[in-house]
Design a protein around this ligand. Structure first.
Ligand SMILES: C[S@@+](CC[C@H](N)C(=O)[O-])C[C@H]1O[C@@H](n2cnc3c(N)ncnc32)[C@H](O)[C@@H]1O
Length: 218
C-alpha cells in the first residue's frame, strides 16, 4: 500500500486556493443546500442505513455532506481538510446546527494523517481526488480506513469534460497559479477501489461529475 509516499507533498497552494473559495462554498450551502453531486452521493450512501454510523469526510469542504448525515442520525463525523478556511466554515456550521459534540476536524493532508486516524463505517470524497496528485496514495489510505461504504465523485470520463478540465489545468499552469487540479485515469481509480475489496452499488452523473458508491465485500 502506497500511503507512505506522498508525505513530502506541499499542500499550501491547495490550502490557499480553497480557503479563498470557502466563504463562497459556505454561502452556497447556507442558501441553496446541497449540489446535485452531493444529493447523488447521499442517495448512494443511503442504500445502507446511516443511523449510528461513523463517518469520515475527506476534503470535507464546509461540511455539507457529513452534517446532513449527522442530522439524519449518523453517530459521529470526522472532517479532514487541507484548507483552513474550509475547516473553519465547517466548524461554524457544526456549531450552528448544535452538532459540535459529534464532529471532529483534522486540518491536514489525509494521506499524511491517515496512520493516526480511526476507521469509519462510511467514507466520502466529494470532488477531492481531482485536487490531489497521488491518487493511488489517497485511494489506498482512504479505502484502508473504510469498514463498509465508500463514496466518491470525480470528473466524468468523456471528451468534452476532459477537454474543459485539461484547458483549466493548461491556463492554471500558463498563469503560474500555485494550485491546479489533476486529470487522472478514472477507470484505473475504479479498478483500484475494486481491488481493495469493494463492489459498486450506485452510479450516477451530472453533466460534469461522476458519482460512485461502493460497499466493502466481507
Ligand atoms: C473541490 S473541493 C470540494 C469540497 C467538498 N468536498 C465539496 O464538494 O463541497 C476539494 C477539497 O478537497 C481538499 N483536499 C484535497 N486534497 C486533500 C487531502 N489530501 N486531504 C484533505 N483534504 C484535501 C481541498 O482542500 C478542497 O477543500
Amino acid at each position: 500500500m502506497s500511503i507512505c509516499c506522498n508525505v513530502s507533498v506541499n499542500n499550501e497552494p491547495t490550502n490557499k486556493f480553497f480557503s479563498r473559495w470557502s466563504k463562497r462554498y459556505a454561502k452556497r450551502f447556507r442558501k441553496g443546500g446541497l449540489e446535485k453531486t452531493q444529493q447523488y452521493i447521499l442517495e448512494g450512501v443511503r442504500k445502507e442505513p446511516v443511523t449510528a454510523k461513523r463517518i469520515l469526510d475527506i476534503g470535507c469542504g464546509v461540511g455539507s455532506l457529513h452534517l446532513t448525515l449527522l442530522k439524519e442520525g449518523a453517530a459521529t463525523a470526522t472532517g479532514v481538510e487541507v484548507s483552513e478556511g474550509m475547516i473553519s466554515q465547517a466548524k461554524k456550521f457544526a456549531e450552528d446546527f448544535k452538532l459540535q459534540d459529534r464532529t471532529s476536524y483534522v486540518l491536514g493532508d489525509f494521506v499524511r494523517e491517515a496512520p493516526s486516524m480511526q476507521e469509519a463505517d462510511l467514507t466520502m470524497l466529494d470532488k477531492v481526488v481531482c485536487c490531489y496528485e497521488d491518487y493511488d496514495a489517497l485511494i489506498s489510505a482512504s479505502t484502508a480506513k473504510t469498514r463498509a461504504i465508500y463514496a466518491l465523485s470525480h470528473p466524468r470520463q468523456n471528451i468534452l469534460v476532459e477537454s474543459v478540465f485539461k484547458l483549466q489545468i493548461f491556463f492554471a499552469k500558463l498563469f503560474r497559479s500555485a494550485f491546479h487540479p489533476f486529470w487522472h485515469d478514472w477507470t484505473a481509480i475504479h479498478r483500484l477501489i475494486v481491488a481493495k475489496n469493494f463492489e459498486l452499488i450506485y452510479s450516477n452523473s451530472t453533466i460534469a461529475w461522476q458519482v460512485l458508491v461502493y460497499r466493502r465485500i466481507h
